[in-house]
Unconditional design. Structure first.
Lengths: 188, 188
DNA sequence: CCGTTCGCTCAACACTTGTTGACCCACTCA
DNA sequence: TGAGTGGGTCAACAAGTGTTGAGCGAACGG
């Protein structure tokens, strides 16, 4: 029993990761406001003070636990773009990363999260807009594409609407594809 | 000065309405959690205790201030349906009623609001589904239609994304229409 | 082997929140 | 005019929050 199975540094890293995981999960489930440091600490089997010691503040914990929306896309072909979008917005197996869900969950009620989300969605819109064929109002079209997928994701992942929860992912994608294309391409 | 300009009952009704208006506004702007009874009372130039006396609890105040999503639609023709949807989801002049915005704002972070929203959206989906032409998966299509418009509304009214804020409402409606129709009608 | 580091806990503070009961006073009405 | 109703305020409580500083004890390093 002279040497412990884990070094001090290992334990330290493990605890920090455990806290971060619990935080991500709770933030994704309940949002920023309703998630308390004490609850995160309890979920990670740790004292609340330790969370503060490691992350400094609840805000900073949130920032570290959450991850931004998926990186902006780069595609030139509309079909490829649609594929990328459908894939990136969580319709695939396993859903979105929990950090992204946490971000989205708090987007409407937390000013800082709202800023973050606005910026990330803005970048996403910019990326999609650049990839759109030379149509009128590419930015507006891109914004509609992105917010459409945002709405479906919210209804699916955050609200858990029954028709969406029960439908197979590729069926949703198949139905969504023509709609996205209609937004992306000039119908005239 | 023997008779006041307003009867006691009138004043009573007026202050109650003032409280309700302030509450609606604040709930719509900051959501349930971040809106405090004290802030509502201050906005209505009234003592916090009076808010409690009139509405019993913060929850009850929220319930009374908020109003559900628009009533389910009844339409048999797809084009008419699309018109109704575009009109009902706040793209028209003046935007959505503040009570509905309050509901949507708190939808993702407040369990009670989430229940309410799920139910209302469910009814809306049911209504749209019933109006859809006899296609495959009418409920799923309806859910996609509704969540699509939900996403655009969130991006527009709650997040204030620039491309949507700056675009004229009928332009948005014009671009959205083919997409909605693509969701509603079997492409095959 | 012993002093030191450091991961971690304990107890408490300061503050905000929803909520309550006692109270005041202008209006009502007999 | 005088008792009483009721709109409205004041001060306080109890619970929960983020946050902090002192301290314990096991792992570390010489």
């Amino acid at each position: 029993m002279s040497t412990p199975r884990q070094s001090r540094a290992d334990r330290r890293r493990a605890t920090e990761a455990r806290i971060l995981d619990s935080a991500r999960e709770l933030f994704a489930e309940k949002g920023f406001e309703r998630t308390t440091i004490r609850a995160v600490a309890a979920a990670a089997s740790v004292d609340p003070a330790l969370v503060m010691q490691y992350f400094g503040s609840k805000r900073e914990l949130f920032t570290q636990a959450v991850q931004a929306f998926p990186a902006p896309l780069t595609a030139t072909d509309t079909d490829v773009l649609v594929d990328q979008l459908l894939a990136s917005l969580g319709l695939k197996l396993g859903g979105l990363p929990e950090g992204t869900l946490a971000m989205m969950r708090s987007m409407l009620t937390d000013p800082a999260a709202a800023d973050h989300a606005r910026a990330a969605l803005g970048r996403q819109i910019e990326g999609v807009g650049a990839a759109l064929p030379a149509a009128e109002d590419p930015e507006l079209r891109a914004a509609l594409v992105v917010t459409t997928l945002l709405g479906v994701t919210i209804g699916h992942q955050l609200l858990g609407l029954a028709p969406l929860r029960e439908a197979p992912a590729d069926r949703i994608a198949a139905l969504l594809r023509p709609a996205i294309k209609a937004l992306a391409e000039p119908p005239e």
